[in-house]
Design a protein around this ligand. Structure first.
Ligand SMILES: [Zn+2]
Length: 240
């Protein structure tokens, strides 16, 4: 009898093991990879590494960027731990993550708010077209992206123009929201585009600054970038 029951249990388990749908099998594979990579990360970073930010965080910038899987912090710097307070959502928006952005600026006092759009952004393609058949939640998050013109999703340049349009819009919202910090000189708001398809011909994966506190004049942006070079050693020093 016992043997029979054990047999039934084994059969049930083997059926469970083979009953995985494709998606469940893929999910298991992904989490296995994540755990493996995390083990490697934990193994290669010693106590001293975590100790410097274990009790509190001191990021130097609040970054608002898209949730797109092709956009990540390693494209912005090699050591983002305790340095970038990153808020991500579809279309790198202020409105749909207002509390998080506010936390970075008001509570963590980051002197820089960086808003990063990117080439081939699906949210911009969707917002520039007809998205009435999307779910209520997705429609709500797309409706807060305001573009000045419609977009052909196949036209890379047009999509990028929409991305830049949206970055300018987000910078404008942030300017209104953090008006006092700007006036008091406690904050700089920068809009930029991370271009991994090289639409701008600056090179694949390059970050191009397109807006500084609402100023989109290329000459002013070049001057600003030149002025930041003098501050490089100070910024590095502050971080350590
Ligand atoms: Zn995107």
């Amino acid at each position: 009898m016992l043997k029979y029951l054990l047999g039934l249990i084994c059969l049930a388990f083997s059926q469970l093991a083979t009953a995985d749908s494709n998606e469940i099998a893929q999910a298991k594979n992904v989490i296995d990879t994540i755990l493996h990579d995390n083990n490697a990360f934990a193994k290669h970073h010693k106590h001293q590494y975590f100790e410097r930010f274990a009790k509190s965080q001191h990021p130097r910038a609040t970054v608002v960027t898209c949730a797109d899987s092709r956009v990540h912090d390693q494209a912005l710097e090699h050591d983002p731990d305790n340095d970038l307070f990153i808020v991500r959502n579809i279309g790198n928006q202020i409105t749909t993550a207002e509390g998080s952005v506010e936390y970075g600026v008001h509570h963590l006092h980051t002197p820089l708010l960086l808003i990063v759009g990117h080439s081939a952004c699906g949210a911009i393609k969707a917002a520039g077209g007809d998205y009435k058949n999307e779910s209520v939640a997705i429609k709500r998050e797309l409706s807060t992206i305001k573009l000045s013109h419609a977009i052909s999703p196949e036209d890379e340049r047009e999509v990028l123009n929409g991305v830049m349009d949206n970055v300018n819009y987000q910078v404008n919202l942030a300017q209104k929201k953090f008006d006092l910090e700007l006036k008091q000189g406690h904050l700089v708001i920068i809009g930029a585009v991370y271009d991994f398809t090289n639409v701008l011909s600056h090179g694949e994966g390059k970050l191009t600054i397109t807006n500084i506190n609402g100023d989109t004049n290329p000459k002013h942006i070049r001057e600003f970038i030149r002025s930041t070079e003098h501050h490089r050693p100070i910024l590095k020093q502050q971080k350590s």
